[in-house]
Design a protein around this ligand. Structure first.
Ligand code: SAH
Length: 395
């Protein structure tokens, strides 16, 4: 039997059903498992804890598949897990509002290292662990069966693959990629570039937060920083924004954003698009004495893990401080962090520090998170990576 025996006392997090076993917790490995093999995890008192996928060299040395001793990790296991994940999304009734949906959200769906996004009839699969990689063919077969997709595209090109010793892999795995892949979200249309776009092509996690911005934008002068394919901008314009300045450092993203405006038949008057670094742009706007009524800050991940937290905190403080200074009294700041290494408490403290330094008062009018197709497993708080604060700012 392939078995991992933990050091004494290192079983605590597993007893709370946290699904990661760090290499430092391992006392002994038996049965010579290869990377990706399923192993059984035991306490040093020989009590069964879990079935997990093993990795001999990664910092996370095992990722739990199951807590049930009698469960077999085989084709049927993956069939059950994928069926459960799909059932959760179906119960949300999401398909009435959006043809884009996260079907599988890694650890939160009990499938560590596996992300599957649906864009209309196309599926995008992203594999970030050696365990999920081992079951790739099985997972693909089940997906064809359960979802009947017209295309399965692989976007296994995240940095985490390197930690797992995996090379990047992208391309069509099944069917053909539609020339124009478009999803409909709350009645709005968005083109999704699954080949060159960010993540798997679209930020599905911000769906409900974008919609909220739409309801607040009427007659406002809006600044959307890190706009990517224009999600928040499209909702703001649809919601009646008086003017809109959208900023991103990627030319491709801005092209896609403008395409999305056209797709929705939105007027392009009173709109500025700036291909620029947001840190510099905010300073420029301050120096020009520009003012806004609604600012969105949705930066990329500054801190993938807690070890980057200090540097990331400086980045968040900087942009939030500048944004506070650009807001008129009574204005709204929608500020986000998608850094796994920054807790929501810490994020709130950073933003509070920025408000203090900017000399403004701010009230939280909404605390936001990822849309419900990105569920958070209670025993895996890392799943709560997206944190948002909607703030009303006064002098
Ligand atoms: N709000 C978007 C998602 C933003 S993703 C949505 O709802 O779809 C983060 C974006 O920040 C990416 O498009 C990336 O190109 C951009 N970006 C990263 N660093 C940047 C910088 N320093 N200045 C401007 N844009 C940046």
């Amino acid at each position: 039997m392939k078995k991992i025996i933990l050091k004494a006392g290192k079983e605590k997090s597993l007893l709370r059903r946290h699904p990661w076993i760090y290499s430092g917790a391992i006392g002994r490995v038996e049965g010579n498992p290869s990377d990706g093999d399923t192993v059984q995890i035991y306490t040093n008192q020989n009590v069964f804890l879990a079935h997990a996928a093993y990795h001999s060299k990664a910092p996370i040395a095992a990722r739990v598949w199951s807590w049930q001793q009698d469960e077999r990790i085989d084709e049927m296991f993956f069939y059950r897990k994928l069926t459960q994940a799909l059932a959760l999304r179906k119960d949300l009734g999401l398909s009435q509002f959006s043809t884009g949906c996260r079907l599988v959200h890694g650890e939160s769906d009990g499938l560590p290292g596996l992300v599957i996004d649906q864009y209309d009839r196309a599926l995008v699969i992203q594999i970030g662990s050696v365990g999920a990689e081992r079951w790739r063919e099985v997972i693909l077969d089940i997906l064809k069966n359960l979802c009947n997709p017209t295309c399965i595209y692989e976007r296994s090109d995240t940095e985490v693959r390197e930690l797992e010793g995996l090379t990047k892999r992208t391309g069509v795995l099944w069917g053909g990629l539609p020339h124009d892949l478009i999803i409909k979200e709350y009645g709005l249309h968005f083109a999704v570039d699954v080949v060159r776009g960010q993540k798997t092509g679209f930020y599905l996690d911000q769906r409900d937060n974008r919609a909220k911005i739409g309801t607040l934008a009427k007659d406002k002068e809006v600044l959307n920083c890190f706009c990517y394919s224009g999600g928040f901008s499209v909702y703001a314009k649809q919601g009646g924004a008086k003017s809109l300045l959208s900023v991103d450092s990627s030319e491709d993203a801005l092209k896609l954003a403008q395409h999305n405006f056209a797709l929705n038949g939105l007027a392009t008057d009173s709109q500025e698009w700036q291909c620029a670094d947001v840190f510099q742009m905010l300073r420029k706007l301050r120096d020009q004495n520009r003012k806004f009524d609604l600012i969105i800050l949705d930066p990329p991940k500054f801190a993938p893990t807690a070890s980057f937290a200090a540097k990331a905190a400086r980045g968040y403080k900087d942009i939030n401080l500048l944004a506070f200074k650009l807001l008129r009294s009574g204005g709204i700041l929608a500020t986000y962090s998608c850094s796994g290494g920054i807790s929501s408490d810490l994020f709130q403290k950073i933003v509070a520090g920025a408000a203090l330094d900017a000399g403004v008062s701010a009230h939280i009018i909404d605390q936001q998170m990822a849309a419900p197709d990105h569920p958070i497993l209670l025993s895996f708080p890392e799943g709560a990576y997206l944190k948002g604060l909607l703030l009303r700012v006064t002098d």
